[in-house]
Design a protein. Structure first.
Length: 167
């Protein structure tokens, strides 16, 4: 899939770049990321840059930085990843705490989902979350994904969501 940028009413969504290392360092160490996604052991800007390079060097992983249109400050990220344990790609999102509850995640993820739906070969679109992440579950449902089943990944229970029934 080609790395593409998107624009919404309030946001610019652009491919993650080396310039995002300070932002990624902050995001990867937020309480929400650590609790719901997991520790990536990125503790300084150099490690954040290496993390970005690793992501951008893998053709099965796509990350976008979500920026405020007004000043291009990064506030969150979107992901579209082909994981070994899923038959199809999954979509994900994470935002800095200061920007939670303001509709930015829905605005950004809706734009990405519309683009992915337009790519007829990309279906179904999946998402996973841990059972206690009620904010993520509500957003997935608002985006039109529905609960499929529980799956176990590395001894962790995840909830699988899909845009269409998974066979």
């Amino acid at each position: 899939m080609e790395r593409q940028s998107f624009i919404t009413e309030r946001l610019v969504i652009r491919p993650l770049s080396d310039e995002d290392s300070t932002f990624m360092l902050e995001l990867l160490n937020t309480d929400g990321w650590l609790k719901f996604i997991g520790n990536r052991h990125v503790s300084n800007k150099a490690e954040a840059l290496e993390y970005i390079k690793k992501i951008n060097g893998n053709t099965t992983i796509h990350y976008w930085s979500v920026c405020m249109k007004s000043d291009l400050q990064s506030i969150g990220m979107l992901t579209f990843i082909k994981r070994d344990y899923l038959a199809h790609n999954d979509v994900g999102f994470a935002f800095l705490p200061a920007y939670a509850g303001k509709g930015y995640a829905f605005e950004a993820a809706s734009k990405l989902m519309a683009f992915l739906r337009d790519q007829k070969k990309i279906a179904p679109i999946l998402a996973t979350t841990i059972p206690g992440n009620t904010t993520s579950i509500k957003l997935l449902e608002k985006l039109g994904l529905h609960y499929e089943k529980k799956i176990m990944v590395e001894e962790q229970e995840l909830l699988l969501y899909s845009t269409t029934p998974v066979k």
